[in-house]
Design a protein around this ligand. Structure first.
Ligand SMILES: Cc1cc2nc3c(=O)[nH]c(=O)nc-3n(C[C@H](O)[C@H](O)[C@H](O)COP(=O)(O)OP(=O)(O)OC[C@H]3O[C@@H](n4cnc5c(N)ncnc54)[C@H](O)[C@@H]3O)c2cc1C
Length: 376
């Protein structure tokens, strides 16, 4: 089978690339084993087992997923240890007011730079967009822990913000970059919503462009690429966009180094939580706990997130029944400062969240790849 462009991988990056190519009337196929990728639902299709939220500034990702229920940051409990915890609004928060103000001022400055950077990334490589902004480039290489000391926000970070970042990234703030830390922390400043993805509507929209298949191998010939699928079918294309997870892309292209990924294990339970977890819809933890988040769902069930497998749920629940579990060995690429080139030459592109955390950077990377095709 031949097509001018083949996109491999139907997650946020691949779907965003596909929609852009559709708008431009380009000839392409989207080959994927699953549509949605790390956007994934429970069997009943109503609880997100993968990506959970979008922020109001996820303007490109919101072409693929819709906003659902608004997440209320005031409905959160921040657990310091087994015995000590704070609500978002409490006397403890008032005592931390100065630190909060310093943090918000830093976030506002970051937001200005970050929004410009994202817009630039639609048309120039992420590496180049970063080089155009020395403020952001410095933060990309600065561990979040150092930024926190620099801004003198250690207390607010320890009590609140690092727990929010841990819930969003599954990683300790000392192991992530300041850009990722501030990017997720924007969720404390701007509206944040649970997301909804209509897989059937997207399948219909993509129509004949969409083929469910798994690509095992890509080879370059004199006139283009040959992609061999596990089904035995081969696909020929002049352009290939690899929108597979970074670990898959690394293997397929033999890439030397990529950012490291955190693992996340999701337990969906019908449960009566222990009293210390009952008061608020969101329970957030410090990174020395294996638990990163407990989130009450609309139907009264709970999602429990852990960075380790085989959590002892009896320590969290008075009684529980497991509805479903999902293991993400490579949930989010958060560790290290490696930057992958997105354009590899000869009509080969990489798209995804290899260089930036979450749905919006993935969507932008997909659109960037589409914007390069037939314009090289
Ligand atoms: C538990 C969890 C919670 C998260 N929460 C959030 C959140 O709340 N907000 C947020 O912004 N981000 C969140 N993320 C991160 C977000 O999900 C990802 O950044 C984003 O979905 C990545 O999209 P992608 O298209 O780059 O990759 P993926 O979604 O991984 O898509 C890759 C696609 O490639 C396909 N594929 C793989 N190998 C092959 C092959 N050989 N042949 C064909 N197809 C192949 C896969 O099936 C998949 O469809 C979360 C991630 C996890 C795991």
């Amino acid at each position: 089978m031949h097509s001018q462009t083949v996109i491999v991988g139907g997650g946020m990056a691949g779907m965003s690339c596909a929609l852009r190519l559709m708008e431009r009337g380009e000839e392409f196929l989207l080959l994927t084993d699953v549509l949605g990728g790390r956007i994934m639902y429970s069997a009943g299709k109503d609880v997100n087992y993968g990506a959970y939220f979008v922020m109001s500034n996820y303007k490109h990702a919101q072409r693929i997923v819709e906003k659902d229920k608004r997440i209320n940051p005031l409905d959160a409990c921040f657990h310091k240890d087994e015995k000590t915890r704070f609500s978002t609004l409490s006397l403890h928060t008032i005592g931390s007011l100065l630190g909060f103000l310093r943090f918000i001022s830093a976030l506002l400055e970051f937001r200005k730079h970050y929004e410009t950077y994202k817009e630039r990334c639609l048309n120039i490589p992420q590496k180049e967009a970063l080089a155009q902004d020395p403020y952001l480039e410095r933060l990309f290489h600065l561990p979040a822990g150092d930024f926190i000391k620099e801004k003198k926000i250690e207390q607010v970070a320890a009590d609140y913000v690092s727990k929010f970042a841990y819930a969003c990234t599954g990683a300790d703030i000392n192991n992530i970059t300041t850009v990722d830390f501030l990017n997720v922390s924007l969720g404390l400043l701007i509206p944040i919503y649970q997301l909804r993805f209509d897989q059937q509507a997207m399948t219909n929209k993509l129509g004949d462009h969409l083929i469910f298949d798994t690509i095992a191998d890509i080879t370059k010939g004199s006139t283009g690429y040959t992609l061999t699928a596990t089904s035995g079918t081969t696909y020929e294309a002049e352009n290939v966009v690899l929108a597979t997870p970074a670990t898959v892309t690394q293997k397929m292209l033999n890439l030397p180094e990529i950012r490291g990924a955190c693992s996340l294990y999701v337990y969906h339970v019908a449960a009566t939580l222990k009293p210390q977890y009952q008061k608020r819809g969101l329970n957030l933890f410090s990174s020395d706990s294996v638990l990163s988040l407990i989130a009450r769902q609309k139907d009264g069930t709970f999602l429990i997130y852990s960075r380790k497998k085989d959590v002892d749920l009896s320590k969290i629940c008075l009684e529980f029944k497991i509805i479903g579990t999902q293991e993400w060995d490579h949930a989010m690429y958060v560790y290290g400062g490696t930057y992958l080139d997105q354009t590899l030459g000869g009509g080969l592109f990489i798209a995804g969240d290899h260089n930036g955390l979450g749905l919006e950077p993935s969507a932008i990377a997909g659109i960037y790849a589409a914007n390069q095709i037939n314009r090289q």
